[in-house]
Each structure stands twice: as C-alpha cells, then as structure tokens.
Design a protein around this ligand. Structure first.
Ligand SMILES: NC(=O)CC[C@H](N)C(=O)O
Length: 449
C-alpha cells in the first residue's frame, strides 16, 4: 500500500511540475546545457526513511549548497572563536556574489555568501588545496552516506570562468582576512562547488543536520550538535541570501540553495528535505525547488515556529502509593498504614523530551504542591532527551524539597540524572519497584506505631 507521505509527495510534484519559469545558470557551459525539465523531490527522516519522487537520483553539482557544510568543517577544524574572528554571522541582504565585507575588520558578513564561503574553504585544514578539498569531499560524503564524486568538467569551468570569485578572494587577501593564497583558496572553493550530488543525497545531508549531526543510515556522528546548531542558525538567517526574510516567513526552515538547481531544508529533530530542478529565479534559487519546499512546509506543517507541544505534556501520569502494590510481604497492620497514608507519596511519571520548559513546569509544580506529600517519586524512564538545564532544574527541585523536610526520589533507569560525581545519588533508584519498597518502609517508619 502506498504511504500517505508518498501520496502527498507525488501530489506536490505534480502541482509544481508545470511551472517552467526561470532560466538555466549560464556562467559556465556545463550548467547551461543540463536538461531543464528535470525535477525531483526527496524527504529523509531522522530515522533514515527516504521518500522520493521524480528525478530524485539525477546527478547535478552541489554549488552553494556546499557552503554550510564547509562552514561546519571550518568550525570543527578551528573552533568557533577563531572562525568568528574571520567570518561574521550577519545576513547581508545582498546577492550571493556581492563583496559584502564588514567595515573596519574586512570580515565577510556571513559564510553563505561567496566571500564568506571562500574564506571558510581556506580555513579547512590541509597542507595543499587538494588535501583540503579531499577532506571536504569526505566530510560531505559522510553527511550523504555515500562517496560523492567531483564533476571535473564543472570544476575546470568554474575555475576558468571564476573571475568574480577571484576578485572576491583577492579583495579578502587585500583587507588581510585571507591567509591562504587567493588561487589556493579558490581552488578549494571551485572544487567544493563541483561535487556531484542528487536530491536524495541532499535530503540525507539535511536529515543529518536535523538529527543533530548523526547520519541516519550510517549512525556516524559527522558534526557535533553544538556546531550543527551554529550551522543551522546561519542557514536560517543567511542561507537564502536576499530572499531570507520571505523564506523564513513562508517556509520556516533553515535552508540552502545552489545555482545548479539544488536546494535543501532542515526541520531540526524531524526531517531533511531536498529538491532539484535547474531553472533558477533572480536570487539564483531553483524555481520549482522553492515551490516544492513551500508546498512541503504547508502540507506537512513543517514551519519551525509551529510549536505545538506544550511543556505540560511532560507529565505522562501522576498517582500515589495506593496505586502501587509492592511485592514485599506486609502484615495486615502495615497494609492498613500504607492504605491510610499512601497519598503522602506522589509519583510523577515523565516522558518526551525534557527541556527547559517542561522541567521548569515540573519543578514549579513540585514546589507548589509540596504541602500535600511527604515523598515525591520522579520517574524519568520514559524521557527521551534531557537537556543540561532540565537536569539541573530537577536536581535543584529535589534539593529544595529536602530543605522543607520532604524527600525527592528519582527513578532513573539509565542513571542519566545522577551520573556526575558532584551529585548526591542517594534516593535515586534504577528500578521503580525498589523505589516503591523504599517509600513503603519510609511511610511505615513515619506513621507506624
Ligand atoms: N549560488 C551559487 O550556487 C554560487 C556557486 C557558484 N559556483 C559561484 O561561486 O558563483
């Protein structure tokens, strides 16, 4: 049976296909002679499911879609501070090939325009341009999950026709931000633009970014989550050049396009999408690619500011000790005490991703309700991700309860909250049953005669 996702994808494809507006990039012959009718769309989820339609496996050159990945590698090689000293992260509002440099420092305004991208390429480690490029090609390939080839003809044409980029590189050198020889930096940059990909590759590269840097199919952590966040931020503000504002409003996804007709977009934590169609608009974005992304965003509700999951939903269940029967042998008198005072032990079962909002709500709830219990058991076995601040908020809430003479118990099957040395791991259990037994003993101590 055809999946609904596939069906929607095919509908989007059919609705966008008739649009034959735009023109082929013609600054090099190779781009001017591609088949203008090609059109493919691909979606890759963070667990590696791929949906595709049309010419999703048709090869083309990556062009500027390479820029965020090169920036990621420059950051990984040099650290954020060193790269920030050379390349700013401000949208330029100019076309991609504008020489937009910050007054005074000469820093390119961002790594998505050519000036910043050429400089980022120069910052990739390697003794020779070939070595720098091979490291880049390997890096892109790890995002895509397969070895990506270089289109040598496109590379030589980029090189021969690259006078505007040459002007940019020499300008960077003149103002003192480019340490490498301009021709060497350009060599790396022209090669990176000439890496051959398909829409499917781009969707998987996007899905790797969506998956905080872990390639969904190979499981490899290609870039650290912190640097992925950085790359996605710059894609959001600068990836679509002088169309960035409209793009964020209408599509609402960090994205990058290339003059070859490729475009990718990322919904963090969910999916990567990509499209290919070579006719471009005045911003050098694929006409059908942009339309397809808009339609995908509308159809699948992908806008990244579409936040629907409230922080309240973090508490999956709430109950007291009376709902839990322990396996420990009890006398009738003890059972009576537990029945009478069982509501003095409250259980909070958490689930989903525990981030600031959810943890803050739980911590506040515990403080507000502390009068109604003696012991609170926080069970986090069903929680997927825990951010560092959420972990600290929960542990702090437990500490605050102790001050009021209450006891906070953690049931943390994988020791995710208490694995640090400086944290008091008393009152923490890996098994819920052990926590129940402990609470019963405590109640018997407090209320038994
Ligand atoms: N927008 C783009 O894809 C530009 C890439 C092209 N090779 C250039 O540097 O001019």
């Amino acid at each position: 049976m055809q999946s609904l996702v596939q069906k929607y994808l095919e509908q989007i494809y059919s609705s966008v296909l008739p649009d034959s507006s735009g023109w082929l990039a013609d600054y090099i012959p190779e781009l001017a002679v591609v088949n203008p009718e090609k059109f493919g769309i691909c979606i890759a989820t963070i667990d590696g499911t791929v949906y595709e339609v049309g010419d999703a496996e048709w090869p083309f050159t990556i062009q500027s879609v390479s820029k965020p990945f090169t920036y990621g590698m420059a950051l990984a090689d040099n650290g954020e501070q060193a790269v920030d000293a050379k390349i700013d992260v401000e949208p330029s509002g100019d076309a991609y090939n504008e020489i937009s440099l910050e007054r005074g420092t000469g820093r390119p305004l961002n790594p998505m325009i050519n000036a910043g991208a050429i400089l980022a390429a120069s910052l990739v480690n390697g003794a020779e341009p070939e070595e720098q490029f091979e490291r880049l090609r390997d890096f892109y390939s790890r995002f895509a999950g397969r070895e990506l080839p270089l289109d040598y003809n496109v590379f030589t044409s980029e090189h021969d026709a690259g006078d505007r980029n040459r002007a940019i590189a020499y300008m960077l050198r003149t103002v003192g931000v480019l340490d490498q020889l301009p021709e060497d930096a350009l060599d790396v940059y022209f090669r990176q633009c000439s890496v051959q990909v398909t829409a499917r590759d781009l969707a998987l590269m996007a899905a790797t970014l969506a998956n905080t840097g872990m390639q969904p199919l190979t499981g490899e952590q290609v870039l650290s989550p912190q640097l992925v966040r950085r790359v996605l931020s710059v894609m959001t503000t600068c990836g679509m050049y002088d169309a960035a504002g409209d793009w964020v409003s209408a599509v609402g996804l960090p994205a990058k396009s290339g003059v070859g007709g490729g475009i990718l977009a990322v919904l963090p934590g969910q999916i990567g999408i990509a499209a290919y169609s070579p006719r471009i608009d005045r911003h050098s974005h694929s006409v059908r690619g942009v339309k397809a992304c808009r339609a995908l965003s509308d159809t699948f509700d992908l806008h990244f500011l579409n936040v629907t999951r409230g922080s309240r939903s973090i508490v999956r269940a709430r109950y007291d000790l009376k709902r839990r029967t322990s396996t420990a042998a009890r006398t009738p008198a003890q059972r009576g005490i537990l029945a009478a005072h069982g509501d003095r032990v409250q259980f909070f079962e958490l689930h989903g991703d525990l981030l600031f909002g959810g943890a803050e709500a739980v911590a506040r709830g515990l403080a507000d309700e502390a009068g109604s219990f003696d012991i609170v058991v926080i069970e986090i076995g069903g929680v997927d991700q825990i951010s560092d601040v959420a972990r600290r908020l929960l542990l702090d809430a437990r500490g605050a309860l102790a001050v009021e003479g209450k006891t906070g118990i953690l049931v943390d099957p994988e020791n995710r909250l208490v694995d640090e040395e400086d944290i008091d791991d008393s009152n923490a259990f890996t098994e819920l049953a052990d926590a129940v037994t402990w609470c019963e003993e405590e109640l018997l101590k407090r209320y038994g005669t």
